[in-house]
Structures are given as structure tokens and as C-alpha cells.
Design a protein. Structure first.
Length: 229
């Protein structure tokens, strides 16, 4: 049998141990429940929605550099923008809170500005998004949903070498009317120069789901990483 000739890149790969960084995959979804707690409908899909805040957080940690000391927030600057629209820049590193503290990165209680949030907006997603288009605030007044606690569960699947972190948050509608959710976002809690706050790292336009008064829905993000063989 004639042996196929390897390309230069394939020859190099065989001669040298090339280790690639595991890719992070993000999945977004929801489950709608009736008043008795039974699942009425559900939806889930792969997301492609990491925004500039996430990319800059990843790069500052990878390159071991502080966030840029400048108010510009675009190409060439590794800083952040909070949900109020203020650019966060500092002479110190910006990082997520670690697991022994509360709040803990994405894992947080009933805070409205951290963890999974939902909204009614339909504006297209861009890498420069720093907040949801039209946030649904927490509460029981008209147009509001009651935010639950973010539940985080990590699982490793040895057969596929996939490590998964699932974040789920339940939302209850006691507003007196129906509410349709069109967008979903993930926010993380960070330190910066001894202050702290929430920042958007992912935003998705989702399959619209209508939550009737008295019903509830859970929204989730799955972060997955496949370890090299």
C-alpha cells in the first residue's frame, strides 16, 4: 500500500509534542414548569456568546498582567465594563472571588446583578455587550420575576474526558401577568482595587419562553472543557 506523504505541519506534529489549550464550550438552556412543578417544555443549544469582558478576564490571567490603566474599552486594552457602563481599570489584577468566599464568582445568592440574569430584549448580541438589553428585575411587581439562588454543579466524565460546570437559576413569576423571556446572560463577581461588583461575560438571544403568573422556569449555562487525550 502506498504511504501518503505528510504535510510539513503533520511532520512537525509527529516530531514534537504539541499541546493545545482545551477549548471552553458554552451551552445555554431553560426549562419551563407548571404550577405543579412538572416540566412543560425545555430548550438547550450551544452558545457562542462570550463577550469582551470574558475574553479580557481570560487574557489578563493567562498573561499574568494587571487590567489596563486607561478608560478606553476596545481593541488593545485589557480592562472591563460593568453593568452600569463604567470602564473598570486598575493598577491591580482583576479576578473572580474564590470558592471559600461569598459571593463566589458566578455562584451567588439572590443578588440581581451577578450570576444568571434574564431579560425581554431582542437586540442582537455583540462582543461589546456589557449588560442585558432589557433586564427583568427581581421582585413580584408587574414585569418582575423573583430570582432564586444560583446552583453550581461540576461533573467530570472520564469516558469522554469532559469536565462540566453547570449553573442553574430558578425564576418565579408572581407578577400577576405573563412574562416572555428573550435573552439570557451570565455575570461574574470580581475584586478590583479592594472594591467589587458584577460584570457580564456572556449574553444570548434564546428561544422565547413565556412564564405565566404562578409558574416558574429555570435557566442554565453549561461550561464544558475537554481534556487532551
Amino acid at each position: 500500500m502506498k504511504q501518503l506523504k505528510l504535510s510539513k505541519s503533520e511532520e512537525f506534529a509527529r516530531k514534537h509534542c504539541i499541546i493545545t489549550m482545551p477549548k471552553i464550550r458554552l451551552y445555554v438552556g431553560w426549562k419551563l414548569y407548571d404550577k405543579e412543578g412538572s416540566v412543560v417544555s425545555q430548550w438547550k443549544d450551544e452558545a457562542h456568546s462570550f463577550v469582551r469582558n470574558f475574553k479580557n478576564m481570560e487574557r489578563t490571567m493567562f498573561f499574568a498582567v494587571n487590567a489596563d490603566d486607561g478608560a478606553d474599552w476596545n481593541e488593545g486594552f485589557l480592562n472591563f465594563k460593568n453593568t452600569s457602563g463604567a470602564v473598570v481599570y486598575t493598577s491591580k489584577a482583576i479576578f473572580c472571588r474564590y470558592a471559600s468566599e461569598t459571593p463566589q464568582g458566578y455562584r451567588i445568592g439572590i443578588y440581581n446583578d451577578v450570576g444568571i440574569q434574564v431579560g425581554t430584549g431582542v437586540t442582537g448580541v455583540t462582543q461589546d455587550d456589557y449588560k442585558l438589553d432589557t433586564l427583568i428585575s427581581t421582585g413580584s411587581s408587574a414585569g418582575q420575576l423573583t430570582y432564586g439562588t444560583v446552583v453550581a454543579t461540576n461533573t467530570y466524565y472520564p469516558d469522554t474526558k469532559i469536565w462540566e460546570m453547570n449553573y442553574t437559576r430558578n425564576f418565579v413569576n408572581n407578577s400577576g401577568g405573563s412574562i416572555t423571556v428573550n435573552e439570557q446572560g451570565m455575570h461574574f463577581w470580581v475584586y478590583r482595587d479592594n472594591s467589587e461588583g458584577g460584570m457580564l461575560v456572556a449574553r444570548d438571544l434564546i428561544a422565547p419562553v413565556t412564564i405565566n403568573n404562578g409558574a416558574n422556569a429555570s435557566f442554565e449555562y453549561d461550561m464544558q472543557m475537554t481534556f487532551p487525550a
